[in-house]
Design a protein around this ligand. Structure first.
Ligand code: GTR
Length: 334
């Protein structure tokens, strides 16, 4: 889809963007230091139990598998319950690539709950991909004062040394560990995909985990794909006020001082090169600043080979729609 915006940086009356960083390692270090925090090493998938399997669901479009996984961390185990859809015919002899996506409100909601429109499983199967999901709250609660601890309490580091977005990103990598053990899934060609706050997590996961061949950000906005230095929508003051647990506490000192931030999000997108990244925006999603997302893509593009970075903006609001999936998968398959 053709981006409707013709704008490029520099923008009149807006500051220059910081230059692209030399490589992925530098991007990880800078963004860990300033925004997301440092993800500690560790977290090993031990037990993976298939707890249920139904073949031929969705009128034969998919086989549905439920797994219970145990991830061994330095201070205890994290347990994850994953839901996987496989195209029929996917097997150890004929494995398919996987899209790893966290969900907001439970695995079952992706099938027939209020979130089901965000999960066009049959179409994704027809495109030749498996989908593996887990409830993001099982990895780390989305609460500044959680009643139950998450994975950040299972490491020896200070829990505040990495934010909840980084914890969810860590969880995406553990989901890929799980996917790699499921017969019928080929971990090569894996896609990390996320919507909104989980789009921020997908970008941070894709950057750090080179097994993700393609990273897809959908409406990820502030601290996701959109530029801090392009005003519009959510800013640092708003995001750190409402979601102090998402990032390192020191990030809040840049509230109202976007221009002093040492980084900007085009650098994060560029850090994914030479792997590939796709940014999806929605015209009416002003809070995520679709133009700021587009400008970040344009500013990151010099880091990529042809077709290494892609973008679309569709009509409508803040949501993950079938159209977003299919355009992203078409990009991945090019
Ligand atoms: C909003 C938040 C955004 C975005 C969104 C979402 O409230 O301000 O950064 O993450 O939530 O996750 O739906």
């Amino acid at each position: 889809m053709k981006p409707p915006h013709q704008a490029v940086w520099p923008q009149p009356n807006l500051p220059a963007l910081p230059p692209l960083l030399p490589g992925t390692a530098e991007v990880v270090e800078e963004f860990a230091r300033v925004i997301y925090g440092h993800t500690p090493p560790g977290g090993e998938l031990t037990t993976l139990e298939l707890t249920a399997r139904e073949d031929g669901v969705l009128d034969g479009a998919a086989d549905r598998l439920h797994h219970h996984a145990v991830i061994n961390c330095p201070l205890g185990d994290l347990e994850l319950d994953t839901l996987t859809h496989l195209p029929p015919g996917a097997s150890a002899q004929h494995p398919v690539p996987v899209v790893v996506v966290l969900n907001f409100s439970g695995n079952d909601e992706t099938i027939d709950g209020q979130q089901a429109h965000r999960w066009p499983y049959a179409k994704v199967m027809a495109a030749g991909y498996a989908v593996l999901t887990v409830d993001y709250r099982q990895i780390e609660p989305d609460d500044p004062n959680p009643s139950a601890p998450g994975v950040r309490s299972l490491f020896l580091t200070d829990p505040e040394s990495w934010g909840a977005v980084a914890a969810w990103a860590w969880g995406l990598s553990r989901c890929l560990d799980i996917a790699a053990r499921i017969p019928g899934i080929d971990p090569a060609g894996a896609i990390a995909l996320g919507h909104s706050r989980l789009g921020k997590a997908a970008l941070w996961a894709g950057l750090q985990d080179e097994r993700f061949a393609v990273t897809v950000s959908n409406d990820s906005g502030c601290c996701g794909a959109s530029l801090f230095r392009h005003p519009g929508g959510e800013d640092i003051a708003a995001i750190t006020e409402r979601f102090p647990h998402w990032f390192v506490p020191s990030f809040a000192k840049y509230a109202g001082k976007e221009n002093e931030l040492p980084v900007d999000q085009h650098q994060l997108l560029a850090g994914l090169a030479p792997r590939r990244v796709y940014v999806a925006s929605a015209e009416d999603d002003a809070w995520a600043d679709p133009l700021g997302e587009y400008l970040a893509v344009v500013a990151a593009a010099p880091a990529f080979a042809d077709d290494g970075i892609g973008y679309h903006v569709r009509p409508g609001g803040h949501d993950l729609l079938e159209e977003d999936w299919l355009l992203a998968l078409a990009f991945a398959q090019r």
